[in-house]
Design a protein around this ligand. Sequence first.
Ligand code: XMP
Length: 509
Amino acid sequence: VFGILDYGSQYNQLVCRRVRDEGVYSEICSYKDAPEKLKQGNVIGIILTGGPHSVYESNSFSLPKEVLESKLPVLGICYGFQLLSYYLGGEVKGLNKSEFGNAKVNVINSDSLLLKNIPSSFISFMSHNDSVTKLPSGFIKNAETDSCPNAIASDETRKIYGVQFHPEVNDTEFGQQIIRNFLFEIVKADKNWTMENFIEDKVKEIKEKVKPDERVLLGLSGGVDSSVTAALLSKAIGKRLTCVFVNHGLLRKNEVKEVIDTFKNFDLDFKYVDASNDFYKALAGVTEPEEKRKIIGKLFVETFRKEADKLGKIDYLAQGTIYPDVVESGLGGNSAKIKSHHNVGGLPKDIGFKGLVEPLRYLFKDEVRRTGLSLGLPESLVFRQPFPGPGLGIRIIGEVTAEKVKIVQDADYILREEIKNAGYDKQISQYYAALTNMKTVGVQGDGRSYDYAVVIRAVKTIDFMTAKPFDLPYSILTRIADRIVDEVDHVSRVFFDYTSKPPATIEME
Ligand code: XMP
């Protein structure tokens, strides 16, 4: 294990990714938990991340003494570098102006393993107010920028290194090379982090945890995370895994069939519950978005619970929690909570299980996808775009009815088909058709029509917190509009939503 000690940097996950990209398993850990982690004895090197504080502030984060006592190689990034310098007797000061953005790094002394195959100058990404103004004894200065006296420094004897810029950010040229140098020249890590090894280890771990007479229950939504969780558990415990797939009648066209067909091929106990009519009944007459969400969420849990009650004794509940969920829910409280998870399909933890099984808890999304492919899940499922828990319920504005669900399913299917045929499916972060609550007049055949307007949304985003409309060519938009009006009953018009987030959200409701 390679340890990333988190000091609240917005880039903590990125640092972790960069290490894993090199085939070295890494974990983010609050600096407060470092002593505990180090005691486990399997950490081979440590990176201290950046963070929003100044080492002189009273609320600044500390460097646990165990980190240096461990004698493991340490690389401090930004605040991490300042912290190392401060603790080792150097000096850190506020610059007159903060340095933010790209800065040219000039290498003064390349006599460090950290600088192998790094040119004498390169562009780096900086984001800091303070700088290390005097290095601790034993350190040599390797590089500087115009406004930062120590941009890279090293103590080759103690294997302690610091960089003021962010090597993990793409804007830093040779940033990945610096990380590689630290991992392989200094820490001498093995490249053994592969999804095949992960699957093998997890299967073993699950077999040890879930005893031969014990059973596990999983709520399968058809999404990537729960599907990969199912496939992995199936490999470990076969039919002692029961997957309950609740159809709330608000899934996309053909999705139910795809999920059923996929899991037919896996060794597990599959329970399909078609609760569509219950959901439509509960949603009848309801138009307020939050109320719709609440009804769907509550009924989903009730339905799941009813099904679980029929199963007899179940020992564990499995969940498709993934690493960003864990980190973003506040790792020891260092990083600001970025996204609150509106997991409407979330399941109650109080059904009385012995514990949770969360085999994907340490994987990033693309690692989850790679694991899914290795386990034999189809690409269509593994690369499925995000779909909200309340499903089409929040893509039908106003009251939800079975008839409206059919309209939006058919329109959405055409949209997905056209986007895929045009080769845009992997470029757009999320796209869907929604049904407005507006009827408009049109001419269809020889007569006047008075039917619904469908709206198309396609956005590009990195973190789903902000988003921009995706620029689809007119020819494709026209084709989609023509086909929807032509092929879907009760649609007279198609609009394209060109609003960014903010001020709009990605979903309609
Ligand atoms: P918004 O509409 O908030 O969407 O801009 C951001 C992302 O979150 C998804 N989303 C949800 N996911 N339950 C979910 O599981 C929900 O209630 C929900 N609402 C929005 C949305 O699809 C987008 O990816």
